[in-house]
Design a protein around this ligand. Structure first.
Ligand code: UDP
Length: 461
């Protein structure tokens, strides 16, 4: 039996309930658990992670009163705002008894919350608990949030289409089209969303009473952005990424992974397979899907394609293997493999995977770079454009595919990455980056040191 006062220090994690946010938060949970903390995951019932997959954590459900149809009808920005309103009281009520008990033992938990779940800071403040922010995007993306009020005041936002290729003043290396503020691109966006989006951005960049911010990034990748961010946000920053390479991987997938694709990959030649996935939120319409299908087929390259068939009303719902064009399956035979959801980290680490056609969410970007896989970028909304600018222009490990491409252009892009000299150069740079990223998390590396400082800080908080 545990003696009083001998218990592990407690951390309560509050993830934002989307795949790209749950994954890094649970990775962080695994890392902190391995450092001696007890981890409680205070999670919404919407997109709840599976407790049975993560026996090391205690799961605390918070009622949110929201469903997939709310997500579709409200759009992502309003949905997140509703989460923040609906979840505050339930989190307060769930934590209060835990705090009363702990207060007698003088071992109060620290709350680590996703930057979009800012209600958790209000709860921490009310309960007099320390709180820390986890920003699951890049440092560069956060810098654009800090620049937002200035750009809005100077009349640059919303920007006109003819300014798309102009450089944003004082925000190198971005052009206006790279900024994450094109609210009309957001899933479920309506014209009323601009105000809501600007409030959401303001809330996400506001550090309030939180004592530190954790970033799933690293000095090697984003040194200049991290230096600028430190000046802007005025609380200590801990860039400890890539989290998925530091943590023993917990299963945080909301959708069942189709592991059968790994056996298919085993049969493919080194660096021959193009992996295609647009993450958890972006999907193709029927026309794009048809063009992508024929582009893949005509490229003659082996491919692994994630076509999501999600619950009705979710953003996953619009793709389907039923929409694949007639004759496609017969044309590709065994050269292509299609899954609903892939074990992406294993896929990217597989020797057969030589390229990734991605929407460039931050997790996918980090995962691809960490495994030395060059990219074809097809961004849609939010930080995907920011990440694409870095991938293509700063790190030069990929190139961008404009939307609404024909099958011929897609075929050409796949050949350019997988068989051309340029693709070889991109791959070599990606492999060099992989080695440097690995050194960040090894003993003495920047993320390794930053994690140790964070842990010391959490133990003494
Ligand atoms: N992912 C996965 N299997 C898939 C597609 C995606 O496991 O078939 C994971 C991927 O590894 C990443 C996350 O889902 O960790 C997606 O996050 P990202 O930030 O790339 O994009 P988002 O889904 O937030 O748009």
């Amino acid at each position: 039996m545990e003696e009083q006062g001998q218990r592990d220090p407690q951390i309560v994690l509050v993830p934002c309930p989307f795949q790209g946010h749950i994954n890094p938060m649970l990775n962080l949970g695994s890392i902190l658990h391995s450092k001696g903390f007890s981890i409680t995951i205070a999670h919404t019932q919407f997109n709840s992670p599976k407790p049975s997959d993560n026996p090391d954590f205690v799961f605390l459900p918070i009622s949110d009163g929201l469903s997939y149809s709310d997500l579709s009808s409200k759009g992502i920005v309003d949905f997140i705002s509703c989460l923040n309103i609906n979840c505050k009281e339930p989190l307060l009520e769930s934590l209060t008894p835990m705090i009363d008990e702990k207060q007698q033992l003088k071992e109060l938990p620290c709350i680590i919350y996703d930057e979009y779940m800012y209600f958790a800071e209000q709860v921490a403040h009310l309960l007099k608990l320390p709180s820390v922010i986890l920003s699951t995007g890049s440092a560069a993306n956060l810098l654009t949030y800090y620049a937002f009020p200035r750009l809005q005041k100077d009349g640059f936002i919303p920007f006109q289409d003819d300014m798309a290729l102009d450089m944003v003043p004082e925000l190198h290396p971005f052009r206006f089209k790279d900024l994450p503020f094109r609210f009309k691109d957001l899933p479920g966006a309506s014209s009323e969303n601009l105000d809501a989006l600007s409030k959401l951005i303001a809330s996400a960049r506001d550090t309030r009473s939180s004592s530190a911010m954790i970033l799933n990034s690293m000095e090697y990748l984003e040194q200049s952005s991290l230096i600028q961010l430190k000046q802007q946000c005025r609380i200590p920053l801990f860039s400890i990424g890539p989290l998925h390479k530091t943590a023993p991987a917990p299963s945080s997938s909301l959708v069942k992974e189709e592991a059968s694709c790994m056996a298919w990959l085993d049969k493919q030649a080194l660096n021959s397979v193009i992996y295609v996935s647009l993450g958890s939120m972006v999907s193709m319409d029927e026309k794009e899907l048809t063009e992508m299908a024929w582009g893949l087929a005509h490229s003659k390259q082996p491919f692994l394609w994630v076509l999501k068939r999600g619950p009705p009303g979710s953003f996953h719902g619009s793709e389907s293997t039923d929409s694949l064009p007639n004759g496609f399956k017969e044309t590709i035979g065994n050269r292509g493999y299609i899954v609903n959801w892939a074990p992406q980290n294993e896929v990217l680490a597989h020797r057969a995977v030589g390229g990734f056609c991605s929407h460039c969410g931050w997790n996918s970007t980090l995962e691809s770079i960490s495994d030395g896989v060059p990219m074809i970028c097809r961004p849609s909304f939010g930080d995907q454009r920011v990440n694409t600018r870095y991938i293509c222009h700063v790190w030069r490990v990929g190139f961008e595919l404009e939307n609404d491409l024909s099958r011929e252009e897609i075929e050409g892009a796949i050949k350019r990455l997988m068989t051309g000299k340029e693709g070889e150069e991109l791959r070599q740079r990606a492999i060099d980056m992989k080695v440097k990223v690995e050194s960040c998390i090894k003993k003495g590396g920047s993320s390794y040191n930053s994690l140790n400082e964070l842990v010391d800080g959490l133990f003494s908080s």
